[in-house]
Ligand binder design. Structure first.
Ligand SMILES: O=C(O)c1cc(=O)[nH]c(=O)n1[C@@H]1O[C@H](COP(=O)(O)O)[C@@H](O)[C@H]1O
Length: 237
């Protein structure tokens, strides 16, 4: 039974054992899990199988960014493992995203396909250093429009941009927002942060939360505290 929760907990661990230890402390009816680059590079598909076996839906966050044919193949490989969601970098461009979309459709794979806009660790000054003269907010909007036009189901963005994207890309376009910091947590290396309640009010459809839960002494208590900060969370996701 898929969860109705908008919460996605980031399992950023260096070993399969450590990741499963945390998963065993969480409840698949109250959150999904995100598997990222470090864990997947160390453990491979075994981690996906182990988490599926525990009843979790998985966001495989490998942020593919390569030539269209390579990304289409990678996205297909991810979807064939039965993951709930997979992502690419929108800055890989229209042809890359369209190739990924077409591959999933042609193979009859229903995995949600979303695109990363501007990383939540980056601010406008960081973009200028890599030759992007737009503000972070404008660049997010530009890449989100490109992602939507290229057939993506949604984007990863900071919650600070979610309301603008809701206006431009619609309610149904998924807005998966990391950089969530509940009232009890510190920002750390994140720059464009927001509380869970504000993020949902701004139009986020899913909230990615890592360390505020995984580094808590009682992860389920931290998750419950976040749920209490989500009065507007709607079932159905
Ligand atoms: O794609 C992501 O999930 C992602 C995109 C982004 O722009 N910023 C971002 O922090 N993330 C991920 O979201 C998670 C945030 O974790 P915490 O900062 O510990 O809550 C990490 O796994 C990041 O890799």
């Amino acid at each position: 039974m898929p969860t109705a929760s908008p919460l996605i907990i980031a399992l950023d661990y260096a070993s399969l054992d450590a990741a499963l230890c945390m998963a065993d402390r969480l409840d698949p009816s109250r959150c999904r899990l995100k598997v990222g680059k470090e864990l997947f590079t160390r453990s491979g598909p075994d981690v996906i199988d182990a988490l599926h076996g525990r009843g979790f839906e998985i966001f495989l966050d490998l942020k593919f960014h390569d030539i269209p044919n390579t990304v289409a193949g990678a996205v297909q490989a991810a979807a064939e493992q039965g993951v709930w969601m997979v992502n690419v970098h929108a800055s890989g461009g229209r042809r890359m995203m369209t190739a990924a979309r077409e591959r999933l459709d042609n193979q009859g794979l229903a995995t949600h396909l979303i695109a990363v806009t501007v990383l939540t660790s980056m601010e406008t000054a960081d973009l200028a250093e890599v030759g992007v003269e737009a503000s972070a907010a404008d660049q997010v909007e530009r890449l989100a429009a490109l992602a939507r036009d290229s057939g993506m189901d949604g984007v990863v963005c900071s919650a600070q941009e979610a309301s603008r994207l809701r206006a431009h890309c619609g309610e149904d376009f998924l807005k998966v927002t990391p950089g969530i910091r509940p009232s009890f947590a510190v920002a750390g290396d994140q720059r464009r942060v927001m509380t869970p309640a504000d993020a949902m009010a701004a139009g986020s459809t899913h909230l990615v939360v890592g360390r505020p839960v995984t580094q808590a002494e009682e992860p389920m208590a931290a998750l419950a505290a976040i749920e209490r900060e989500l009065p507007g969370a709607e079932p159905g996701y």
